[in-house]
Design a protein around this ligand. Structure first.
Ligand SMILES: O=C(CO)[C@H](O)[C@H](O)COP(=O)(O)O
Ligand SMILES: [Fe+2]
Length: 228
């Protein structure tokens, strides 16, 4: 599978979201961080903003829900126009039912793990998902330092995906930059979220291209990618 780069609008100017979305044309997805001030200590945006953004850009929306009561809210983000919806397993009462509901409504279903949440208890759920998100910072804020202690979890998850012959994407989010993206690709990630590394750059579209080149080069050399 080709490498995908998803700029996070958390680091964009919220007063100019449509323009900021256009500034990263060439990106695979636009990563939209929804925070409710309960699941994480920060508040960002919700359904009305996602609805407007979906109308304002042709880039598909990858909504990362850092909110409680995921079972209640996640399906509504599909209706609002998200093409991929990620819920946190820590906030979902019935993750299998929720993933099926997201898929039935026509979006890709994705599940996220906080840094302290292990992958192993969820091995049997993987076929229900289109993507798994491994957080490489504590969720809540952009611009934090990459947690390299998450690299073994990325490796173990890639092994599980391959063991079951699954097609699901493995996304990393938090502190992904020119200096950390290669380690993530080498460990087995194939979808990369980058907020400050893209929107903090002078030329965000060029930053996306540079990240893609680094990730592609590292993936080509990675042992897990042989035969993919
Ligand atoms: O989910 C997130 C934070 O909870 C963001 O997507 C993430 O932090 C992106 O920002 P940066 O690349 O600056 O770390
Ligand atoms: Fe995110």
């Amino acid at each position: 599978m080709a490498v995908q780069i998803n700029p996070s609008i958390l680091s964009a100017d919220f007063a100019r979201l449509a323009e900021e979305a256009r500034a990263v044309e060439g990106a695979d997805w636009l990563h939209v961080d929804v925070m409710d001030n309960h699941f994480v200590p920060n508040l960002t945006l919700g359904l009305p903003v996602v609805e407007s953004l979906a109308r304002a850009t042709d880039t598909p929306l990858d909504c990362h829900l850092m909110i409680e009561q995921a079972d209640r809210w996640a399906p509504q983000y599909v209706e609002a126009g998200a093409s991929s919806v990620t819920f946190h397993v820590e906030a979902a009462a019935a993750p299998v039912r929720l993933a099926r509901e997201i898929r039935a409504k026509g979006a890709r279903a994705s599940m996220a793990l906080r840094p302290a949440t292990p992958i192993e208890p969820y091995e049997d759920l993987l076929p229900e998902l289109d993507m798994l998100l491994i957080m490489t910072v504590e969720p809540g804020f952009g611009g934090q330092a990459f947690l390299d202690i998450m690299l073994p979890k990325i490796r173990r998850t890639r092994e599980l995906i391959d063991k079951h012959g699954l097609q699901l994407w493995l996304q990393v989010d938090g502190g992904v930059s020119a200096s950390t993206i290669e380690q993530c690709a080498d460990a087995g990630a194939d979808v990369f979220v980058a907020g400050s590394a893209v929107y903090g750059a002078k030329d965000p579209a060029e930053a996306v291209r540079a990240l893609r080149t680094r990730a592609e080069t590292a993936t080509a050399k990675a042992s897990w990618a042989c035969g993919h």
